[in-house]
Every structure is written in C-alpha cells, then in structure tokens.
Ligand binder design. Structure first.
Ligand code: MLT
Length: 409
C-alpha cells in the first residue's frame, strides 16, 4: 500500500474553518428555520467594484479574440500588475521594493504555506499564540514539528504568547530562532504593531540572522498613519524579511484569488555547506516549477484597483467593513464585553463573558443567537477564553447579529 506523509497524522482536528462549517451545518440541519448570521471566517460579502468588473470583462473580451488571446502567462505575474503594486503599494510610501521582487500568486494563504518548500527542515520556528492556523499546520505537514501536546501545541515550535498584558503583541523570543511568522494587522486579534515594535523585530532578525515571514494581508485596513503597512518600511528589513499580501479582503477577491509575495533580491539563506544562496532565486525556481501564474483576467482585475477610481472604490469597501467593526466593537463594549482590535483591522477579538471556554461561547452564540464566530482556542492555546468576530458581512446582518448577541449576554 502507498505510504502517506505521516506528519499529517499529527494535525489535531480538521482545519479550523471547515470544522466550524461542519458544526454550523449540523446545527442548521437540526434547526432549519434558524436564520444564521456568519461572522466566523473572514469572508467578504460585498460584490466586486465597477472598475474591477469592467477590467475583468475587458480581459475576457481580449481572451475571446485571436489577436489578443493569451496562453500561459509569466509565472511571476504580468509586468503590468507587478509594476502597479511596486509603485502604489511601496514606492509611493517611500519603500524601496521593485517590480521584480514581487511574485503574483493565487493568494497569500497559499504562499505562506508554499514558502516552506524552499527552507530546510531544521530551522527553529517561532509563531505567535494565538495565530493564523495556516502557519502552524503547514509546518506540521512539512515535518518541522513533533506531535501536539494536550493544549494543542506542537513540539519543536517556539510559541510567543500574546495576551492582554502585552496587548496581544508578543515579546521577542528569549532564545534564538531561525524563522519568525508575524502578522500585522493581526489575524485573529485585530491588533497592530507599531513602528518601534517592528523595528525591534528587524533588529532581532539582523542580529540573529533570522528570517521574518511578514503577513500583511490586512494592511489596507490600517487607518492610523503611524502604523507601518509593510515590514519594508523599517530600515534594514530587506535583508531579513519576506512579505505576503492579499487582494482577498481589500478588493473582495476571496473567491477570485490573487495575492503576492515580496522576496527582496538581497535576501540570502544558507546552504548545508555554509554558502550563501539567494532566496529570491529559490522562490523564483519554485514558482516556475510548481505554479503557472494567476490568470490574466484576475490580474487585470487586480491592476484596476490601482487606478484612481479603483483606489476610491477600495477605500469604500474598506470603510464599509471597518464601520461594521466599529459597530461590533462599540456595541459589545456597551454590554460590558472586553473588546480588542477592530480599529485598524477587520477582526474584533473579545474576552468571553463569565469565563466561558471559547467553544462553549461558540455553542451559546450559535444556539441562542444563531450567530457564528470563531473560538479563540482554534487559533492556539493562548486564545482559550477569547472569541473572534469578523466584520465581513452586510450592515443589516452585523446590526442584527449585534442585537441578538446583546440579548443573550
Ligand atoms: C480568516 O477568517 O482567518 C481568514 O478568512 C482566513 C484566510 O484568509 O485564509
């Protein structure tokens, strides 16, 4: 019989969001008249905006004509999109990232997992707790960890605890690590890292020759001008960091699929023999072999987000979801819930009332308010006793969910 990758057997349960989906489906089948409102997975609800729709339609028309039809595109992404990203997301903010350091992909979740292909298996890896589960599970799958303990923590990973005392922004590790996952604005806690915090991480990485994997998927939701949108705003970061970005939440592409990864050309890793190797070249090699690029139509849509009209529409979407976040934050605060995040990020992180466990609170909200959220413990042991609500839904649903939650508390 065929041998399987035994590391998959270490994974605790199903991936968090499908697991929630399974429980919600079971509840819905048992309670067919319940009008369930989903504030669990951060999935957008608002349709694509007019400039993106027009650009995608035009791209389909190009594909429909022999003269403008396109087959395989560049694995790294079309120049028109890489250049737009470099100019508008980085250079316009004074950040030195060039188009050829940008790799367009089908999403940042895929990239944060796939990046492990180019790194060795003996790296010491630090992750925050609570954390976006993809960072943990992909390292488990790659065989970088031991089995999980009772609390769900995997042997071999260095967990950096975020809690109320540190504002859910974990301190630097007390031991040396090779790779560090950082996600700011943070999923799941909705907190942000100040320039000083990121500068401390960059300094740590430079001193320890570590690599920062910086997930900036939610940078578009930052409203505070003092908060960096990119790790590359910190001097020296290009020697020590890779950055992941996403079009999913900012322009409603969760179903369309497009993201990008910035791998600086100067970023180096070490081969077993001690020689320095370009990480940019390795990632280019990986992508050229295992990926055929995001589709032309999708990339044309993403590029339209950088036109004046596209930018204004994106701002409208972001403002819409951030108003939802504010309503949740203020409405829950009014009934005595301790609330975090939701100011520069579309997630509201709350302390469960009456010290309920995260899954207990999940069951309470689902059964009594017919509202779905995400148990904090699904993001790690340190998330126990907390709960995440996503601001991605219609205004009417957010308002109704809030009313219902307030009633059951
Ligand atoms: C979340 O809810 O945490 C996100 O939607 C997950 C993702 O972006 O993959």
């Amino acid at each position: 019989m065929v041998q399987i990758n035994q590391h998959y057997l270490k994974l605790k349960a199903g991936y968090l969001f499908p697991e929630i989906g399974r429980r919600v489906t079971a509840f819905a089948q048992a309670n067919p008249s319940a009008k369930i409102i989903r504030l669990g997975i951060g999935d957008v609800t608002e349709p694509l905006t007019p400039s993106i729709v027009a650009a995608m339609h035009a791209a389909v028309d190009e594909m429909a004509k022999r003269d403008s039809f396109k087959g395989y595109g560049p694995e790294q992404g079309y120049a028109f999109l890489r250049e737009a990203v470099a100019q508008h997301d980085f250079q316009s903010r004074g950040v030195d990232v060039s188009a050829d350091e940008i790799f367009i992909s089908d999403g940042s979740k895929c990239d944060t997992g796939n990046i492990l292909d180019i790194f060795g298996s003996d790296n010491r890896i630090a992750i925050s707790d609570p954390v976006y589960p993809v960072y943990v599970d992909t390292n488990v799958m790659a065989g970088h960890t031991g089995p999980a303990d009772e609390s769900g923590r995997f042997g071999g990973l260095v967990y950096l605890v975020g809690n109320e005392a540190n504002g859910f922004v974990p301190d630097l590790p007390t031991e040396r690590v090779d790779m560090i996952y950082l996600c700011y604005p943070n999923n799941p806690t909705g907190t942000v890292a100040s320039r000083e915090t990121l500068a401390r991480w960059v300094e740590y990485a430079r001193q320890n020759k570590s690599l920062i994997l910086f997930d900036a998927a939610y940078e578009a939701f930052i409203s505070d001008p003092s908060i960096p949108h990119s790790i590359f705003e910190i001097p020296g970061a290009k020697d020590v960091a890779i950055e992941f970005r996403s079009f999913s939440k900012s322009i409603g592409f969760t179903g369309v699929r497009c993201g990008l990864t910035v791998v600086p050309k100067q970023l180096m890793g070490t081969a077993p023999g001690g020689e320095s190797v370009s990480i940019h070249q390795l990632w280019n090699r990986r992508q050229s072999t295992k990926f055929n690029g995001a589709s032309y139509v999708v990339q044309k849509g993403a590029a339209a987000a950088y036109t004046d009209q596209g930018k204004a529409e994106m701002r409208g979407l972001v403002d819409f979801y951030m108003t939802n976040a504010r309503l949740l934050r203020e409405g829950l605060g009014r009934v005595g819930i301790r609330v975090f995040g939701g100011v520069n990020a579309p997630y509201v992180w709350i302390k469960t009332p009456n010290n309920l466990g995260s899954w207990e609170f999940f069951d309470l909200l689902l059964s009594k308010a017919n509202v779905v959220g995400t148990p904090g413990s699904g993001f790690g042991a340190a998330g126990e006793g907390y709960f995440r609500l996503s601001a991605f839904n219609s205004r009417a649903n957010v308002e109704e969910a809030l009313e219902r939650i307030q009633k059951v508390l």
